[in-house]
Design a protein around this ligand. Sequence first.
Ligand code: GLA
Length: 389
Amino acid sequence: MKYKARDLFEKTYGYIAASRLFFSPGRVNLIGEHIDYNGGMVFPCALSLGTTGLIALRNDRQIRLISGNFPEMGVIEVDLDHLEYHNHHGWANYPKGIIKAMRENGYPIPQGFDVALIGDLPSGAGLSSSASVELLMAFMLNETFRLAITRKDLAILAQEVENHYIKVNCGIMDQFVVSCGVEGHALLLDTRTLDYETIPLHLGDYAIVICNSKVSRGLADSKYNERRQECEAALHALEPRFHVPFLCMISYPDFIQNQDLITDPVLRKRAKHVISEHYRTLRSYHLLKNQDLLGFGEMLLESHYSLKTDYEVSCKELDVLVELAMAHGSIGSRMTGAGFGGSTVNIVKKSDINHFRDAVAKAYFRATHYVPDILIAEPSDGVKELENS
Ligand code: GLA
């Protein structure tokens, strides 16, 4: 990818001198879904797939942005004083939002720059291509202008851009792991305190396999915001008994005993998913620490079932992928990310992967007429500079 990024930069801007090359990963969440905005623990890892970008400073206040993934959009040209959101700027709103937020937070960005990006994350696959672009831009500026912002604060800034500029009310998980990921590890992140532990993923004979359903997350943003509101309403209904700011601060047994406080059955199901998912995440952490992969696989499957029936963020194709994965050798499978399309995460024996790939791809195509992408996830570092040329 770095050669492609250089090539794109050179062809677009006609020079390459003194540009710096960076990489920002995508992410896959192993377990802990839809609980990062409910004060829960989540368990994602950064991927070796992501976005590569080059930046070179200019002597004026102009900013030029190009993405090799959206060549039809050409160069988007703005300046430091005009960074408002525009629909027709598409992907470029992510870097624009970051630049604007950094300036508004008082970080000195006194001059313009040229940027070229290219990514190998399938977009709409639920692997956080947007957080990847956000953190790439934020990190490039942090390094180029020596702003000394911590990785944690870069993640918080990027989440604020999603919430207030892009207007997707997401939690902190994606931006956090894209910023702070560690090669070979997953992060157990407490989304309430932002404390985290890096957990080595020693999976022995097994690998993490991602299956992209190719159904892109159509309704995701509006349904996502709806789920957040439902969680708030459920928490409100539980208030007479629990004075806590987040659903995940309620234990599962306490919830079961008091669930009748929530009279709306839909809201009750939403709360049940959130509180049980938090429990599954903690349980997964212990199972993985004890090398109990089969137990971990069961947690994944239970998580999928809960996301499908109680949280209702799965879709037919994701359910089919999970079923097929389990029928062809996976020891655990579930949708990952926001849902309504995107990908599943699976644990498959390395020696079975070829068979798994063929069998799942064929049967999935027969059932849905989509050709899935099936790839092995390599837990990787967070955003970083590749080389300084
Ligand atoms: C999206 C959001 C995250 C998280 C997941 C669901 O990826 O960006 O903050 O809520 O959905 O777990």
